[in-house]
Design a protein around this ligand. Sequence first.
Ligand code: BT5
Length: 322
Amino acid sequence: QISTREKIIELLTEAGDGFVSGETLAKKLNCSRAAVWKHMEELRKEGFELEAVRKKGYRIKGTGDKVTKNEIRYGLGTKRLARNIHYRETIDSTQRLAHQLVQEGCPDGTLVIAEQQTGGRGRLRRSWYSPKYTGIWMSIVLRPDLPPQMAPPFTLIAAVAVAQAIEETAGIVPEIKWPNDLLIGGKKCAGILTELEADTDRIQAVITGIGINVNETDFPDPLKSIATSLSLASGKKVKRALLIQRILEKLEKYEEIYLQNGFAPLKILWESYANVAGKKITAHTLKGDISGSAVGITDDGVLQLEGEDGQMHAIYSADIEI
Ligand code: BT5
């Protein structure tokens, strides 16, 4: 079911550079001209650049770079994901709201997205820098019917979806650093935080938080040396809503593959973006550090590390130093 505003955007987009008169819009939308004008005002507030010319009507001049519900919905090719969107200009953390929505029984595919986070979170209570209008800060609620031990590959699946979408929209190929970092030229451009709500035998929700530096031109001091944005790396601005749509479409597709056939068929795709295999690394785990050479990941997404003592270690969660 599409809203009146989506319908307006559709009609104006179809007209391209041409104008659509208020009368035509009113007729097609089955409302008054005053109501059309009111919708236009709302769309303007959402960042659409709309031009109104007396006796000619309305025309679209291009969309401002915002990530509102309409910007995301228009042109989105998913069946399940982001049918339900919670948009905020400012929020503490999209993860926090997503957890709350899960408690309230939100549907599979619910998307929480914000222009800015004041308390963005990384793993292990680290903070995530999320300035206004320049990046993508979103959380997606998935409700697969799986046991909790099947949850870890969701981070890897999200990483592949994000890497591929970046490649298609920004024209740069990021590297995936196991498990949850995306790097360009050795600097972090995106991070993924997967959290779980589960009973002992069944997942209630996988909440996948995705943070991407898109159009930032600069970073504050502690991040300057370790962070980059797509626009710093590619030299051009990227339209965030387009990147979001591609990520959602891929995530939906890969989640379906995972549910039907497991992680094995996605592994090769993941490996094509990964940067660890064969490298000397140190895994900082909660139980201590393990150094050795990275062999690869298993069909379940577990990192295999051959220790300096020749022993094989299965790493389920860690920060990797290359
Ligand atoms: C992550 O954690 O990389 C997961 C980040 C997930 C953020 C998303 S945004 C939407 C959703 N809502 C949330 O509240 N969070 C999720 P981790 O691997 O622990 O990395 C955190 C570390 O990355 C920090 O300690 C900093 O060193 C660095 N960092 C912080 N902000 C950054 C940024 N914008 N770009 C690059 N690095 C950053």
